[in-house]
Ligand binder design. Structure first.
Ligand code: SF4
Ligand code: MSK
Length: 635
């Protein structure tokens, strides 16, 4: 199912994303370069990138201001999406604590107590529900905080915090930073690209070290901290003889309940009455990652599989929540029996059935949705079915905690073995490869080419989002088969610990796990005293969403060299581009790079990792000592 779809798919009588892209071409060059503005009614204005025509908007804004304002708006939207997700989880935790959300429970009390202790709450003789209420209320307070610093920013290395303080970019409250970002980009407000970018960093940090981190922490408390778990991926996970329900989007709040409902004996009996052997749940995008990480629910695919999954003709219901859901789904579904069901008041689509989900009614709505799928099973049209048996095994569930546990053991869980192997050179460095698909490039190829090149060169890869699903499909998350792609040093470590060379850390909000893991590596010692000292790099080779820009900016503002593929809508602004790709490093220790070609992207990342190794004085330590059995046992 990978690759380019023919431009006219008349047999199916639907248009898919690739065909719609062709119909958009040629796309607007000003938009691609980031130099058009419609922020007021004197516009829209556009800047001539060749320097011959208009160089200023009607208000006098130049290319740098226009591109930086557009960039900051992307960060604000991305940060809002992640953070509103985090807010919904905080509200759910509060309702669970008040027993107003039947069906939910606190699955990881240990993590709840740990977080409560970190927050300075009294934990002794305090019931889990009381603690959950306090933690939930604290989290909501972080969104509306007006002054001071977001609490989780103190998790960063001291040196990083000092940089943020000096540059006055420590986020105050999540919502405040988004509002200020939008204010600054209003016509005639902030018109200095450096100043706009300081707010972009503050807003993005409010996402990574704020909204997203809150989402991850509280989801772990509510649904359990992921542990290594076996799963499957590909269209082969859809079953010919079962009721198939796909959950798609980002929040695990409803999908957790759907997973429970699918195990309900009454509903299973009803499915059998209708001739189905069972009820099968599969996921797409980050909702998929969430329930894979905690339940081993199979992955159907990633962002660009959403329309294709319906064309299998074997999906009874596709339930969507928020973000990355194409408006075309009901149109595609209209050619089949599939029902597209929206579940969030924030994300409605004409032509879809809306089933309003709230925490109070989640359990019954999940049952309703499963029943809808069971009833729809009889409407399948055999002649339109197009299923494959192809599926691939993977191991997911690598939270920051489980990585430390796997490396160090339950009683001395630590990152020491990882640091030692980086210092010793078996592991050359660590890369975070994340983000979406984009139909401007062949589906998944940039993710796979980049990640294969990195692991071949002994770089351990941490993944989230759709990039993780792409690599799982290619077998890179199989602890045995994945080793075939590794360089010898990385292979030895992965074999000894029993992990694949590419670790699935979860959904888009779980990029916060990468920040926490990288900080743990700094705190373990021996690799510098800031995130910007580490031999690490980040990448989003097939990005498309504004959330990716927010993630990229909080990686950069945390000191990480970050490469994006496809394109970046900044290239029409010369000074602003120079700032992002070079000068920003002098302030933040991290910088942006753009490289659409994945092999060259890998070269850039490896060159950066080697440069960091040299600065740390560990560049000569890459002559390797082969592990003997005693050393493997010790690891
Ligand atoms: Fe044009 Fe300035 Fe208005 Fe933007 S804000 S549309 S550049 S006049
Ligand atoms: S789902 S943001 S397409 S990674 Fe998180 Fe995939 Fe990108 Fe959406």
């Amino acid at each position: 199912m990978e690759g380019k779809i023919p431009s006219s798919n008349s047999k199916l009588d639907v248009t898919l994303a690739w065909e719609r892209l062709e119909r958009q071409e040629p796309q607007c060059g000003f938009g691609l370069l980031g130099i058009c503005c419609r922020n007021c009614a004197m516009g829209p204005c556009r800047i001539d990138p060749f320097g011959e025509g208009a160089q200023f908007g009607v208000c006098g804004a130049d290319a740098d201001t226009i591109a930086a304002r557009n960039f900051l708006r992307m960060v604000a939207v991305g940060a809002s999406a992640h953070s509103d997700h985090g807010r919904a989880v905080a509200e759910t935790l509060i309702k669970v604590a008040k027993k107003e959300a039947p069906g939910y429970e606190i699955k990881d009390e240990y993590k709840l107590v740990k977080l409560a202790l970190e927050l300075g709450l009294e934990v002794e003789k305090t019931k889990a529900e009381e603690l959950a209420l306090k933690v939930g209320e604290w989290a909501l307070g972080e969104f509306g905080r007006q002054e001071g610093h977001l609490f989780f920013t103190r998790r960063a290395p001291i040196k990083r915090q000092a940089i943020w303080n000096k540059l006055q970019m420590v986020p105050r409250g999540v919502d405040r930073e988004v509002v200020e970002a939008l204010h600054r980009t209003h016509m005639g407000t902030d018109q200095d690209f450096r100043s706009l970018m300081r707010q972009a960093s503050r807003c993005a940090l409010g996402d990574g070290w704020g909204g997203s981190m809150i989402a991850t922490e509280l989801q772990d408390i509510l649904f359990g901290t992921p542990q290594p778990i076996i799963g499957q991926v590909n269209f082969g996970v859809l079953k010919e003889d079962e009721v198939n329900i796909i959950v798609h989007g980002h929040e695990p709040l409803l999908s957790e309940m759907i997973v429970l409902a699918a195990e309900d004996p009454d509903l299973l009996a009803k499915a059998k009455e209708k001739g189905a052997k069972g009820i099968n749940i599969g996921g797409i995008c980050c909702t998929a990652n969430e329930i894979l990480m905690r339940h081993g629910i199979p992955l159907v695919g990633n962002f660009l599989h959403q329309e294709l999954a319906i064309t299998t003709g074997a999906v009874e219901v596709m339930a969507v929540d928020i973000q990355c859901v194409m408006q075309s789904l009901p149109q595609v579904a209209s050619c089949y029996h599939t029902k597209v069901v929206t579940t969030s008041d924030k994300a409605r689509i004409p032509g879809a059935t809306h089933l309003q989900f709230t925490e109070e009614t989640a359990r019954e709505k999940a049952r309703e949705l499963v029943l809808m799928a069971i009833e729809n099973f009889a409407h399948r049209k055999k002649e339109k079915m197009n299923l494959t048996a192809n599926q691939v095994d993977l191991v997911a569930g690598f939270s920051h905690e489980t990585i430390a546990y796997l490396l160090g053991g339950m009683f001395r869980s630590s990152y020491r073995p990882l640091n030692d192997n980086i210092i010793g050179g078996r592991i050359r460095g660590v890369a975070g490869v994340v983000g979406c698909n984009n139909c401007k490039i062949e589906h998944n190829t940039a993710h796979l080419t980049l990640v294969k090149e990195l692991v071949k060169n002994d770089v351990l890869v941490l993944q989230t989002g759709c990039s993780a699903i792409a690599c799982a499909q290619a077998g890179l998350m199989d602890p045995v088969k994945g080793l075939d792609y590794c360089g010898q040093g990385l292979r030895e470590v992965c074999e000894a610990v029993g992990i694949p060379p590419v670790l699935h850390l979860g959904s888009c909000v779980d990029n916060s796990r990468i920040l926490v893991a990288a900080t743990a590596v700094v705190k373990e010692g021996g690799l510098g005293d800031d995130l910007s000292d580490l031999p690490v790099a980040g990448a989003a080779p097939e990005w498309m969403s504004e959330k990716a820009i927010s993630i990229g900016q909080y990686f950069v503002a945390s000191g990480v060299f970050t490469v994006f593929g496809v394109t970046l809508p900044v290239l029409g602004a010369r000074n602003f581009s120079r700032y992002l790709f070079h000068e920003i490093e002098n302030e933040l220790g991290g910088r942006w790079a753009l490289e659409p070609e994945p092999n060259k992207m890998a070269e850039l990342m490896l060159a950066h990792i080697d440069q960091q190794r040299k600065k740390l004085g560990i560049d000569r330590a890459r002559e390797r000592i082969l592990y003997d059995m005693a050393m493997r046992r010790e690891l």
